[in-house]
Design a protein around this ligand. Structure first.
Ligand SMILES: Nc1nc2c(c(=O)[nH]1)N[C@H]1C(S)=C(S)[C@@H](COP(=O)(O)O)O[C@H]1N2
Ligand SMILES: [Mo]
Length: 330
């Protein structure tokens, strides 16, 4: 049986990942994830870290990916190397070790993939992600991703502005929030056999947050489609919020009147707020949010930088929260 031991690269963070502190490794063992996977995928253990070039763009999507709109964000940023962005992940459906998603997410099938849009909108229904990509003018945006665990990286995403996408469904005046769900399928996402989180993974935004020009619906990164471990085939990217708001592998989008329950907020409401805006002035109850480790970094070069309000995107998003007490609404 393969027992996962934190790698040297993880040790300078925490022996237990903060987001997983409530979770019991045993749940994954009981679910058979670690044992079963080590039989079928033992070769992957060695493969991780070697598999470092972006995926090939599927033939049917080549045309969409070859006509990217101009990047207006992040031109001066240093990108995370592809192998770091694709082997240091949080995707609890595949386990909560940082390398688990890269090791195990092969069991998910990203194409074909249907997404249901429903709720308070004039146009609802199912769409196929492949058709959606073919019909979209994709653009690339280089964004900083700041995890609540105090690490960050810079990633070049490909996708469409979330607001423009949502407007096509003509949300009505009762649509005060948008609610998202990740796929629930323990066959494809083996760690869902354990009850580490209350599956499916859920997230939500106030409608004005979703319509903000920074909010992004990603279908790719580094010039190609999303690797499974990064949330293929469709995920949110909300760079002014802690990473857990950027829900992966979305199958359901619902316009709703009431504020929805969201995964981390339900699990530990005093630690993970609904808004979860990056805020160096509001510490997590168990650690400081004033600084972050910009990856890649290591024991000798931890690459610690100051965390900025709204992750440095104040100009775009501060207006959303005018008059709100961001200490209470963390
Ligand atoms: N469905 C789902 N989405 C998820 C998560 C998850 O566990 N499940 N983890 C979140 C967290 S905590 C972070 S930091 C980001 C990480 O995205 P990345 O692995 O592409 O860097 O995904 C977010 N989206
Ligand atoms: Mo995170």
């Amino acid at each position: 049986m393969r027992i996962k031991i934190a790698k040297a690269s993880d040790c300078h963070e925490n022996s237990v990942t903060p987001e997983s502190v409530y979770l019991n490794r045993r749940q994954f063992m009981q679910a058979g994830l670690i044992g079963a996977s080590s039989i079928g995928l033992s070769g992957r253990v060695l493969a991780v870290g070697q598999d470092v070039s972006p995926l090939a763009v599927p033939a049917s999507l080549k045309s969409a990916f070859s006509q990217l709109g101009k990047t207006s964000y992040g031109q001066s940023e240093t990108l995370a190397p592809y192998d770091v962005a694709t082997t240091y992940n949080n995707f609890y459906e595949f386990g909560y070790g940082k390398s688990d998603p890269a090791d195990y997410a092969d069991s998910m099938q990203a194409f074909p993939w249907k997404v249901r849009v429903e709720g308070e909108a004039d146009k609802t229904g199912d769409f196929d992600v492949e058709d959606f990509i073919k019909d979209s003018q994709l653009e690339e945006r280089i964004y900083r991703l700041r995890c609540v665990e105090a690490w960050s990286m810079v990633i070049p995403w490909i996708g469409v502005p979330l607001g423009e996408f949502l407007k096509k469904f003509q949300p009505n005046s009762k649509a005060k929030y948008v609610y998202f769900e990740t796929l629930y399928d323990p066959e494809q996402m083996p760690a869902q056999r354990g009850n580490a989180l209350d599956w499916p993974y859920r997230e939500g935004l106030r409608i004005d947050e979703a319509m903000n020009s920074l909010a992004f619906l990603a279908v790719g990164m580094y010039g190609s489609v999303l690797p499974n471990q990064n949330g293929a085939p469709l995920r949110l990217v909300l760079p002014w919020k802690y990473g857990f708001k950027s829900i992966k592998s979305i199958v359901s989008i619902r316009f709703v009147e009431e504020r929805p329950n969201t995964t981390w907020n339900m699990l530990a409401p005093s630690e993970y707020g609904f808004f979860a805006n990056v805020n160096p002035g509001v510490d997590h109850p168990r650690w400081s949010q004033k600084q972050e480790r910009r990856l890649p970094g290591g024991v000798l070069f931890p690459n610690v930088i100051e965390t900025e309000m709204f992750n440095g995107y104040q100009e775009e998003v501060a207006g959303l929260y005018q008059g709100m007490d961001l200490v209470r609404n963390y």
